[in-house]
Design a binder for this molecule. Structure first.
Ligand SMILES: O=C[C@H](O)[C@@H](O)CC(=O)C(=O)O
Ligand SMILES: [Zn+2]
Length: 280
């Protein structure tokens, strides 16, 4: 098994506005999250959020420490959410095995030492999308299902943004130090996420786009409201949204995405709305 990591420095808005396509993609897009038999991390300097993927085949994969955390075990000073977007799987946390089905998420609290990812059937591997942020307190490990999420229905068919936001982390589901994570899915024909857009300087965010058909893309918008750029995103790729950036997108077909934030304040509603007339 192999664990790889890549570091992304925090980019300021002036530098980002001068970047070409290749540079924008290098800094803000994560192209390869899931490789069979491997754990791939992108360790960001935005709120020290680490975004990764673990795709176990016939043998289980350990959550191994990586150099940037500077600790003996990965979770010595961090918390983790693993969201399964693949086939059924299990996550063993210090000897306790949790069944994590498709679209279930497992919160793993700070201080757990041995975490192991496995697929129930190697022919349909689990794909664990990993999100980890520094923690200051140990909260209990807990499975969160879509049925436990707080559902918010937004948008309209006419604006092609009719969608349901599932807040997996909410006041009744699980306590976390920093992580606020959920999933958004669309009504047929609706393709626009997060429009009208918003900013939350208190928290960085990452989006994992998945369930796109081969050949379909999401045109993801980023940047300050009056200085927008785009990233072309394909199936099972993630974007990193700096705290100063909008994060919204439109697909050429249907898709689902997982959003995850870390930083100050776990209040989902604490955002700055951007008017449609402010976008340039
Ligand atoms: O801060 C919140 C996040 O950007 C997402 O929850 C937004 C989203 O899923 C949507 O509007 O489609
Ligand atoms: Zn947001």
């Amino acid at each position: 098994m192999s664990t790889d990591f890549d570091i992304r420095f925090a980019i300021d808005p002036v530098s980002a506005s001068a970047m070409n396509t290749e540079e924008l993609r290098e800094h803000f897009l994560i192209e390869e999250l899931f490789t069979l038999g491997g754990v791939n991390w992108t360790y960001t300097h935005y709120d020290r959020m680490a975004v990764g993927g673990a795709m176990p085949g016939a043998s289980a994969l350990d959550l191994a420490a990586i150099k940037p955390t500077g600790t003996e075990n990965f979770l010595d000073r961090r918390e983790l959410i693993a969201a399964n977007i693949g086939g059924a799987g299990t996550i063993e946390v210090d000897g306790v095995v949790h069944a994590v089905g498709t679209k279930d998420m497992l919160y793993v609290g700070m201080g757990n030492k041995d975490v192991r990812f496995a697929s129930a059937d190697a022919a349909t591997p689990a794909k664990f999308y990993l999100l980890s942020a520094p923690a200051h307190k140990q909260h209990p490990t807990k499975l969160i299902r879509q049925a436990d999420a707080k559902r918010l229905d937004l948008g309209s068919k006419e604006a092609a943004n009719e969608r349901s936001i599932f807040q997996f982390v909410n006041a009744d589901s699980v306590r976390t130090c920093q992580l606020v994570v959920g999933l958004t899915s669309f009504a047929p024909g609706s393709v626009w996420n997060t429009m009208p857009a918003h900013i939350h300087d208190r928290r960085m965010e990452a989006y994992l786009y998945f369930e796109l058909d081969p050949g379909a893309i999401v045109v993801h918008l980023m940047g300050e409201p009056d200085e927008t750029r785009h990233l072309i995103v394909r199936n099972e790729q993630a974007i990193i949204s700096p705290p100063w950036s909008i994060h919204a997108g439109a697909g050429t077909g249907s898709y689902t995405f997982i959003w995850a934030m870390a930083g100050d304040n776990v209040d989902y509603t604490d955002v700055e709305k951007i008017g449609m007339d402010e976008l340039l």
